[in-house]
Design a protein around this ligand. Structure first.
Ligand code: PGA
Length: 251
């Protein structure tokens, strides 16, 4: 790492996967990193049910934990929901917000995501705000306009002086084994950076912009070397410590 190169942020998103025995994978990851530290800043976002136990398993480790969503209210009559203070209380420091599986599957709008970002900031969590286009939008040539529109509308002003990340996750690349070309990734990341600076001024210059969507041990080094790629959001390949560590070592 040359002086001045920002540390990459690489975050595992376990989605709705993982029962108690899966804590051993997190433990194994923590041990691998302890034995041989990686340059990247490492996050793991297990299901909410595992956060507290994982925090205990990983105590003293460099691995930071996160939630995968939160409610925009801090508490109240919202049966089944998990609030940002609850995530923080369980040991989370990060929270993924606006994942396409939330936007598409649960009808979350940009405004909903912005409200959740506010909730995360109130609780002291660092939000990772996801954006990304469908295949239809990409094929229509509208990917950059769509994604930058999501960035503008999903980021509240209050992010200006706060730590956060954006994750660019083309929907058609998630869980499919398909990835955009490095040029396409570079084009969207540059456009997101410009939108962040336009939206937040200097506060938009530092935030890492992660790439997500079929990031694997074999393609991670190339993707992470693209300009303005500040890390990765990794689904399937984060479930096994042996795979995830190879991605972490590529940073
Ligand atoms: P994937 O998922 O790595 O399995 O494609 C990424 C994500 O949805 O965050």
């Amino acid at each position: 790492m040359t002086v001045g190169t920002p540390v990459k942020l690489i975050v595992g998103n376990w989605k709705m996967n993982g029962l108690t025995p899966a804590l051993e994978e997190a433990h194994a990851l923590g041990q691998m990193i302890e034995a041989e530290p990686v340059k990247a800043r490492v996050g793991l976002c297990p299901p909410a049910t595992l956060i507290a136990q994982m925090a205990w398993k990983l105590r003293g480790s460099a691995v930071e934990l996160g939630g995968q969503d939160c409610h925009d209210k801090d508490s109240g009559a919202f049966t089944g929901s998990v609030s940002a203070p609850m995530l923080a209380d369980a040991g989370a420091r990060l929270v993924i917000l606006g994942h396409s599986e939330r936007r598409e599957g649960f009808g979350e709008t940009d405004a909903d995501v912005a409200a959740k970002v506010e909730a995360a900031l109130r609780a002291g969590l660092e939000p990772i705000i996801c954006v990304g286009e469908s295949l239809e939008t990409r094929e229509a040539g509208d990917a950059v306009a769509f994604v930058t529109g999501q960035v503008r509308a999903s980021l509240p002003d209050s992010l200006k002086d706060r730590a956060f990340a954006v994750a660019y996750e083309p929907i058609w690349a998630i869980g499919t084994g398909l990835t955009p070309t490095l040029e396409q990734i570079g084009e969207v990341h540059a456009a997101i950076r410009a939108a962040l600076v336009e939206r937040l001024g200097d506060g938009g210059r530092q935030a890492p912009i992660l790439y997500g969507g079929s990031m694997k041990p074999d393609n991670a080094a190339d993707i992470l070397a693209v300009a303005d790629v500040g890390g990765g959001l990794v689904g399937g390949a984060s479930l096994k410590a042996a795979d995830f560590i190879r991605i972490l070592k590529a940073a």
